[in-house]
Design a protein around this ligand. Structure first.
Ligand code: P6P
Length: 281
């Protein structure tokens, strides 16, 4: 796995430079989910593809910015699903953004994730990896290497509430759930960037991030293979849980690599409350 983590680190250095210094305009293209692509989206996707292409243990690359997977080596054991620059439009207002990687064996179902990683590009560039060894954070140093910082563990209960989705379209039971956290004294922490928002909850010991099914986005907005599964894996490895409101996120099987799902990530206490609020809906 270290060869893949090293490739992520090399890509992160180039992506961080691109965010800060390359063209921020929009392209004429849309991705498979219908988002108009920033030139930066396309450029960061190219950076990842170029750096991962020589790795013979990779069977194929599936990018959020491409309709279909890109085959690499037939005998490769890993399938890599990635979002090269999640929340890229936030870079235009100088907020933190991130890259997300899911490392699968066999197919892109949640149970076939063997490791995942993300990079957050903020005042510091930090990478977090999750695998059988646990959840580990590294930080980019002036010499462009990544130094170990800490292991990450979630408390049973946290203090932060990151409620996604358009509030006017939240179903009543979801609105009541979110409000119940605020009534308990949870603090609102939501930037519109999945990577920094989930990174903050991990580093602050816990809480709840939600992007529910809403009347305008009935299947949720966030993509299973590139975004939701990798973070569900990380949260479970850190001692938390991830659910779609009914069951365990990592038990889901996408029909298509661009499928989305409602998602909740958090400490165990908060996820218990989600399951109770969603009941048998
Ligand atoms: P909304 C960014 O576009 C993204 O895909 C995630 O990073 C983020 O959590 C979500 O969408 C934000 O969506 O509807 O709250 O702007």
């Amino acid at each position: 796995m270290q060869e893949i983590y090293n490739a992520i680190q090399t890509a992160a250095v180039k992506i961080d430079y691109a965010i800060k210094h390359e063209d921020k305009g929009y392209s004429e293209n849309q991705n498979a989910t219908g988002d108009t692509q920033l030139k930066l989206d396309i450029q960061c996707d190219k950076i990842v593809e170029e750096i991962f292409t020589p790795i013979t243990r990779i069977k194929e690359l599936a990018s959020e910015e491409k309709e279909a997977p890109h085959p690499l080596y037939e005998a490769g054991e890993y399938l890599i699903a990635y979002d090269p620059l999640d929340g890229s439009s936030l870079a235009d207002v100088n907020l933190s953004v991130g890259s997300i990687f899911g490392i699968y064996k066999g197919d892109y179902s949640g149970q076939n994730l063997v490791a995942s990683a993300y990079v957050v590009y903020g005042p510091r560039v930090e990478m977090v990896t999750a695998d059988s060894d646990g959840v580990t954070m590294y930080r980019l140093e002036p010499d462009n290497t990544f130094a170990f910082v800490q292991e990450i563990r979630l408390n049973e209960k946290g203090k932060l509430n990151a409620p996604g989705g358009t509030q006017r379209y939240w179903p009543p039971h979801h609105k009541a759930l979110i409000e119940s956290f605020f009534e308990e004294g949870y603090r609102l922490r939501y930037s519109g960037g999945m990577v920094p928002d989930l990174h903050q909850i991990l580093l602050k010991g816990g809480g709840i991030f939600s992007y529910p099914a809403t009347t305008d986005v009935p299947k949720g907005k966030l993509r299973m293979t590139f975004e939701v599964f990798p973070f569900a894996f990380i949260y479970e490895c850190a001692g938390g849980e991830a659910t779609d409101g009914k069951g365990r996120i990592l038990d889901l099987v996408p029909e298509h690599i661009h499928d989305t799902t409602p998602c909740f990530f958090g400490s165990k206490e908060e996820i218990k409350k989600v399951r109770s609020a969603y009941g048998n809906r």
